[in-house]
Design a protein around this ligand. Structure first.
Ligand code: SIN
Length: 279
């Protein structure tokens, strides 16, 4: 089993071709893919045709797939969620919802957020619908030393439905909301595998910086968000049908774009794998 790889963005993202994940990668390939992911933060595996159980099994090579109730799930496989141009806020007002339309990192409202997300382009529109990524290692590294010294010890409260959220989030049953109370995470986290420091922000889920007055907290969060989402830290993935894009939520943020032509369909299958408490 062998594959070819190429860089996609200047400072992050790579693509591999030559793999059919219906055959599970052996240890050497798996470890080479993980190295590529750690070096590039976003890894696209091109040209896949995978039924949901095969997608789940292939992604299980990178971690333990987790169940997520906040999104619809495929009938064939509960660990494979659906992100679709047809998504609606079913339990709320029923209106169309674009999951992930603002910068975010997946799952930060959980105490142990997922480490990786895998998104598989089952149906992609003729144009638009790109996913943008931003490199949170570089965003942190470029901060002035006095800012780093100030923010390194700070912690942030994250909530599923934060008062700072920029978009409508899908309505969840009361018992589910009770099972996902606030989580407090470091503002700067150390990646458990690379040892590198990254800003850990989630504009849609962060409520406040622990110990700061609201105004000061909002000002600092807004400043860090504006800094880390500058074009120079970004990579924009233009989807091809059959792409699986794997990203590392511990050192990136991402955002969906619902800018494809009216009436065109965009259907993604998604798997997330378990992470650990951010430190
Ligand atoms: C997500 O935020 O997980 C979805 C991204 C996308 O649909 O492009």
């Amino acid at each position: 089993m062998s594959f070819q790889s190429e860089k996609l963005g200047g400072h992050m993202a790579a693509a591999v071709t030559g793999l059919d994940l219906n055959r599970l990668p052996d240890r050497t390939v798996r470890s080479a893919l993980l190295d590529l992911l750690h070096d590039n933060l976003v890894l696209c595996i091109r040209g896949q045709t995978l039924a949901p159980p095969a997608f789940r099994d292939a992604m299980a090579q990178f971690g333990s797939p987790m169940l997520r109730k906040q999104l619809a799930r495929t009938v064939e496989c509960a660990e494979v969620n659906i992100i679709s141009s047809e998504d609606r806020d079913e339990l709320g007002d029923g209106r169309k919802i674009v999951n992930g339309a603002n910068w975010h990192t997946d799952d930060s409202f959980m105490r142990e957020p997922c480490s990786l997300t895998m998104l598989y382009g089952v149906v992609v529109p003729s144009r638009g619908g790109d996913t943008q990524f931003t490199n949170m290692y570089e965003a942190y590294a470029d901060l002035p030393d006095d800012t780093k010294a100030r923010i390194d010890p700070l912690k942030v409260v994250h909530k599923y439905s934060s008062s700072r959220k920029l978009t409508h989030v899908s309505t969840r049953p009361a018992e589910e909301m009770a099972a996902m109370p606030e989580a407090t995470h470091p503002l700067v986290r150390t990646h458990p595998e690379t040892g590198r420091k990254a800003l850990y922000l989630n504009p849609n889920r962060m409520e406040r910086i622990d110990g700061l007055e609201r105004t000061e907290s909002d000002r600092l969060l807004d400043r860090l968000i504006a800094h880390s989402t500058q074009a120079r830290y970004q990579y924009r993935h233009v989807w091809r049908q059959g792409d699986i894009v794997i990203w590392d939520n511990r050192c990136t943020m991402h955002k969906a774009n619902a800018d494809y032509p009216e009436g065109e369909r965009r259907l993604m299958h998604r798997v997330i794998v378990a992470g650990s408490v951010p430190v």
